[in-house]
Design a protein around this ligand. Structure first.
Ligand code: BES
Ligand code: MN
Ligand code: MN
Length: 454
C-alpha cells in the first residue's frame, strides 16, 4: 500500500485513537487535573513510540511535563521539529455543551469535544501521519524531532527554560506547527504571522472593608465604579487604545502586503455569522482583516467584585478586580508596553483608591517571510490533500513557542492550521471538521514525504 492508501484504509482507527486522547481531561489551568495531564503526556509518548520513534521521553518540568521524541534514521535528509500542545482550556460553562466536553461525539461530519480543534485534533493529524509514513516506509523517511507541551494554554511557563537548556537537541532545519486556523472552510492556509500577548491583572482597593451602602453610600469611593471608569477610558471614539505610546513604532504593513491581504478569499459574512453581534466596531482606518491580524489591541477579559449571588445585597465592596490583555504586533516591545499600560492605569486611578498591578505574562509577536522552499512544499502538499491552493495568512492569536524558536534559531516556521475560526476553540461545543482532519492527515503525510525527496 502506498502512503495515501495506507491513510485511507485506517480512517476509523485514526479517529478512534484521537477520541482516546480527547477523553483525557488534560486541563492545564486546574491543579485537580494534574493526574489527567500526566496521563495525556504518557498517552502521547506511547503513541509516538508506536509510530516508530526510537527515542521518546516524558520530561518533568516545574509545572506540566513535556513530551520529547526523535527519529533520526534518515541521514542526509532534512530535520523537522514538530511542536504542539496536549493541554486544553477548562470546559466551563458545562451546561452550554450539547454533548459532554470530554466525551467526543460526531454530528454533521464534525467531531465535538474539548481539544478537537485546539490542539489535540491537530496534533493527532501529525501523529497519524507519522504512523502512516512508518508503515509505508518501514521507518520515518525524514529526521523528526517532536516537542509536545502541556502548558500552552497557561502561557508555556516552563518551555523557555527547556528551549534554552536544550538548544543543540532541538536544532532543526524547520519548525512545523499545527495550532492555527484555516481562513475558511476548504481554504488550506499557511500562517506567517501571529500577534504577541501580554496578560495583566489589577486589584483596586477603596474602603478597608465592605460597607453597608445605605450607611456609607454617597460619601465613600466605590472601587467597582472606579474600575469601570478606568476601563471605559481605554479606547477613544476611533476605537484606538488610549495608553500613551501604545502605537509608538508599530510596524505599518507594506502596500504589497495590504494588497495581498485584501485579495484573500476572507468572508465578512462568515465572520459576522461566527460572532453574531448586533453591530461591529474596530480601529478606524483599517479593514477587519488588518484589525484582526496586524493591529495591536487592548481587551478586558474579566471584571469582578462585590455581590454576584442570588437576590440583592446592598454593599459597597472594598475591592474590585480585572483581568485584561494586550495583543501586540511587530516593533512593540512587550516589557515597554506593560510599563506603559501600568503607568496609564495608575494615572487614571483617582487618589481615593489603591492600585495593585500585576503583569502575568509577556509575549512577542511573530511575523516572518515565507520564501524558503519548504513553504512551496507545504503549499503543494496541501493542494494534494485538499484539492485547493493554499493561501498565506496572518492570525491574531498567539503561540509563544513559535516566537521563541524563531528568535533562537532563525529557522523557517511552517504553521499549517486545520482549525476553523468558528470551531469554538476555548468555548463550549468546540469541534473540528472531519474533512479537515482527514485532509490534514493526508496533506501532512505528503508534506513530510516530499521533504524526504528534496
Ligand atoms: N492555538 C491557540 C493560538 C491561536 C489561535 C493561533 C487561533 C492562531 C489562531 C493557542 O492555543 C492559544 O489559545 N493561545 C493563547 C495564548 C497563550 C499564551 C495562552 C491565545 O492566543 O490567547
Ligand atoms: Mn492551541
Ligand atoms: Mn488555545
Amino acid at each position: 500500500m502506498n502512503l495515501v492508501e495506507q491513510i485511507e484504509s485506517r480512517r476509523e482507527q485514526h479517529l478512534a485513537e484521537l477520541c482516546e486522547l480527547l477523553r483525557i481531561p488534560s486541563v492545564s489551568a486546574k491543579s485537580e487535573h494534574k493526574p489527567d495531564i500526566e496521563r495525556a503526556a504518557r498517552w502521547v509518548a506511547a503513541n509516538l513510540r508506536q509510530a516508530g520513534f526510537q527515542h521518546v521521553e516524558v520530561v518533568p518540568t516545574a509545572l506540566h511535563p513535556l513530551v520529547y521524541a526523535e527519529s533520526l534514521e534518515a541521514p542526509g535528509k532534512p530535520t523537522v521539529l514538530f511542536y504542539g500542545h496536549y493541554d486544553v482550556q477548562p470546559p466551563e460553562p458545562l451546561e452550554l455543551w450539547t454533548s459532554p466536553a470530554f466525551e467526543p461525539a460526531v454530528r454533521d461530519a464534525k467531531l465535538f469535544g474539548r481539544g478537537t480543534a485546539d490542539d489535540k485534533g491537530q496534533v493527532h493529524i501529525h501523529l497519524a501521519a507519522f504512523a502512516a509514513l512508518h508503515k509505508a516506509y518501514g521507518r520515518l523517511p525524514i529526521n523528526i524531532k517532536v516537542l509536545i507541551e502541556g502548558e500552552e494554554e497557561v502561557g508555556s511557563v516552563s518551555l523557555w527554560d527547556y528551549v534554552q537548556k536544550n538548544k543543540a537537541k532541538l536544532k532543526a532545519d524547520a519548525l512545523v506547527v499545527s495550532d492555527t486556523s484555516m481562513l475558511g472552510p476548504v481554504i488550506p492556509s499557511i500562517t506567517y504571522g501571529l500577534r504577541g500577548l501580554n496578560y495583566y491583572q489589577v486589584e483596586i482597593t477603596g474602603p478597608e472593608r465592605d460597607l453597608h451602602s445605605g450607611v456609607y453610600g454617597g460619601a465613600v469611593p466605590n472601587p467597582l465604579t472606579i474600575l469601570a471608569e478606568i476601563f471605559a477610558k481605554m479606547h477613544d471614539r476611533s476605537f484606538r487604545v488610549t495608553v500613551p505610546g501604545f502605537y509608538q513604532g508599530v510596524a505599518k504593513i507594506s502596500a504589497s502586503e495590504r494588497k495581498a491581504l485584501k485579495a484573500l478569499p476572507w468572508s465578512a459574512k462568515d465572520f459576522k455569522r461566527a460572532v453574531g453581534a448586533p453591530a461591529y466596531c474596530g480601529e478606524k482606518g483599517f479593514s477587519v482583516v488588518e484589525q484582526l491580524w496586524t493591529r495591536p489591541t487592548f481587551e478586558l477579559n474579566g471584571m469582578w467584585g462585590g455581590y454576584q449571588g442570588e437576590g440583592a445585597k446592598t454593599v459597597i465592596p472594598s475591592k474590585a478586580w480585572a483581568k485584561f490583555s494586550t495583543r501586540l504586533v511587530p516593533n512593540q516591545d512587550p516589557a515597554k508596553i506593560a510599563a506603559r499600560v501600568e503607568a496609564w492605569i495608575r494615572k487614571l486611578a483617582p487618589k481615593t483608591v489603591k492600585v495593585k498591578f500585576e503583569t502575568l505574562s509577556l509575549g512577542k509577536p511573530w511575523v516572518a517571510a515565507y520564501h524558503a522552499p519548504i513553504f512551496q512544499k507545504a503549499q503543494a502538499a496541501l493542494e494534494q490533500g485538499f484539492g485547493k491552493k493554499a493561501v498565506f495568512i496572518r492570525e491574531g492569536g498567539s503561540i509563544p513557542f513559535v516566537t521563541q524558536m524563531y528568535e533562537s534559531f532563525k529557522i523557517p516556521c511552517v504553521l499549517i492550521g486545520f482549525g476553523l475560526p468558528d470551531e469554538n476553540a476555548h468555548a463550549p461545543d468546540e469541534h473540528m471538521s472531519l474533512d479537515n482532519y482527514f485532509g490534514g492527515i493526508k496533506s501532512i503525510a505528503l508534506f513530510y514525504e516530499s521533504l524526504a525527496n528534496s
